[in-house]
Write a protein that binds this ligand. Structure first.
Ligand SMILES: C[S@@+](CC[C@H](N)C(=O)[O-])C[C@H]1O[C@@H](n2cnc3c(N)ncnc32)[C@H](O)[C@@H]1O
Length: 261
């Protein structure tokens, strides 16, 4: 497939045609790449070994990950509420990372770092097992059309892998405006060893103390409900008794390779 990709060379932005063979990259994702110079931004090329988060933050605190931070509303609010934790906010969207960095820099918070990286790539390349105290996924792309649902980021394979990266007792939060995604995820996670539902039912329409993201706010403003899911990495189950992490397949899983070829 020929795909128009924006490639960054040094400080210039070059639109180039690049040949991408990955079958899952079914649609071109064109982004004008604006270099991010914030000291709170971590270039993904640093991902040769699991990252040393203590060195990156200059302090060892429980580490939380937001996947798909968008423009950073949620992570800024959460970082302000929890100065006792470190946060890494990731997105594959350059402009989102840029805006997130701008918010973090302007607020002067010290406990957030931002990366432009694909979630499954970061897990495999940049994280140690049992290193995340919390994971947040807010309003991920819902892919509402039936034929596109296999593109969703959060599926059984993703959940199986994620369980290995959460510390025992760590939190997994998921929110969506789309009932079908909430139902799908609830059905998948219910039967998986290593997760324990912390809610009274599969989901709730409000979570006390949980910041509202930009997308959540948009839906709430239209009078649409948000479906919140909150599970814990079940401390009673040893990591060695979890199902082995599956080879991650799916839409955009090869994003990193495509963007850097
Ligand atoms: C619908 S937006 C929601 C943004 C934000 N969480 C909010 O609630 O306002 C979904 C975001 O997830 C990002 N995203 C999608 N797939 C991703 C992946 N595999 N890894 C990292 N980020 C991803 C998109 O670039 C986009 O910014």
């Amino acid at each position: 497939m020929n795909c128009r990709c924006a490639l960054r060379f040094g400080h210039s932005t070059v639109a180039a045609y690049s040949r991408i063979d990955q079958q899952h990259l079914e649609e071109p994702m064109t982004q004008r790449i604006i270099p991010i110079t914030s000291t709170n931004f971590i270039a993904d090329r640093a991902l040769d070994n699991p990252l040393d988060w203590g060195a990156i933050f200059g302090q060892t605190r429980p580490l939380a990950l937001e996947i798909g931070c968008g423009t950073g509303h949620f992570i800024l609010e959460q970082a302000l509420r929890r100065p006792d934790m470190n946060f890494v906010a990731i997105d594959i969207y350059n402009k989102g990372c840029l805006k997130t960095c701008a918010k973090i820099d302007a607020a002067g918070v010290q406990n957030v770092r931002v990366m432009r990286v694909e979630a499954r790539w970061l897990m495999e390349k940049g994280l140690q097992p049992e290193s995340l105290a919390a994971v947040y996924i807010n309003c991920p792309d819902p892919w509402p059309k039936k034929r596109h649902r296999r593109r969703r980021l959060v599926n059984r394979d993703f959940l199986i892998s994620l369980a290995h990266y959460l510390v025992p007792g760590g939190d997994f939060f998921f929110s969506t405006d789309f009932d079908d995604y909430a139902e799908d995820l609830s059905g998948q996670i219910r039967g998986l060893p290593g997760y324990r539902n912390l809610l009274q039912s599969d989901w709730a329409h409000a979570l006390a103390g949980y910041p509202i993201s930009k997308y959540m706010q948009r839906f709430l403003d239209k009078g649409q409900p948000i479906y919140f899911i909150h599970h814990q990495r079940d401390p009673a189950v040893s990591r060695h008794d979890l199902p082995s992490p599956a080879v991650q397949r799916g839409f955009r899983v090869d994003w990193h390779k495509a963007e850097n070829d």
